[in-house]
Design a binder for this molecule. Structure first.
Ligand code: DX5
Ligand code: ZN
Length: 220
């Protein structure tokens, strides 16, 4: 079963050579571009904003999977769509009216995702699971690339897959943070569908081969 998706995180790209790195991903076996937008409030870091995302979108030949690590994301959903988003993921911890936010994302014609911080249990999604296209399980505390994978994520994947069974068979479970070819097999076996990888891809000597290796993991 090779149907899992690979989403290289542009956060780990060389921002001085963004066009080159975007074209590398275009030429690779990757499925999506993962775009990390941070506001310095929801997370203790600031990455880049919509003008930079727009520049990425101009060269990207694959869908943009946008991970909004910002407070009050409702204010930016339309801007996000207008700058090229195909998937918009908001944080559970940043949304007081999550159900409304998800509806607003879908009204824009985007796929709707929710991200959970490592400490946030999956059972909190019980009453919106039917409305979700994607759940992003954070396997590090958001804000920085290159952090160590948190193993509790395996349990969360299994719990979420069991919760979605019979309700939302198409739900995509995405894993974000510390993904390498060392844990990819176990993540896919647990039930993951989308693997985000930042530093593992962009610090590799051969990023194309690294993406191919993640894509070729076969769990049969
Ligand atoms: C972390 C971001 C991740 C990050 C992953 O806040 O959401 O997408 O880029 O980077 P790695 O793969 O290096 O952990
Ligand atoms: Zn991310």
């Amino acid at each position: 079963n090779n149907k899992h998706l690979i989403a290289p995180s542009v956060l780990a790209a060389d921002f001085g050579n963004l066009e080159r790195d975007v074209k590398m991903v275009n030429a690779s076996q990757a499925d999506w571009f993962h775009i990390d937008i941070m506001d310095g409030v929801f997370v203790p870091n600031i990455s880049f904003g919509f003008p930079v995302m727009n520049a990425i979108a101009k060269h990207a030949a694959k869908p943009l999977d946008v991970h909004l690590m910002i407070v009050d994301p409702d204010r930016y959903l339309k801007t996000c769509k207008d700058n090229g988003a195909a998937v918009i993921t908001v944080h559970y911890e940043a949304c007081t009216h999550l159900h409304r936010t998800l509806a607003a994302i879908k009204e824009l014609g985007c796929k709707a995702g929710v991200a959970l911080n490592p400490h946030t249990p999956v059972h909190l999604l019980k009453d919106v699971i039917q409305d979700l296209d994607l759940v992003c399980l954070m396997s590090v505390n958001p804000g920085f690339g290159g952090q160590k994978f948190i193993p509790q994520t395996y349990t969360k994947i299994k719990e979420l897959r069991a919760m979605a069974a019979g309700i939302n068979a198409d739900l995509l479970i995405e894993i974000d943070g510390g993904v390498t070819s060392g844990n990819a097999t176990q993540l896919l076996e647990a039930g993951a569908d989308v693997l985000v990888a930042g530093s593992f891809v962009f610090t590799a000597e051969d990023p194309l081969a690294t993406i191919a290796a993640l894509k070729d993991v076969d769990i049969t």
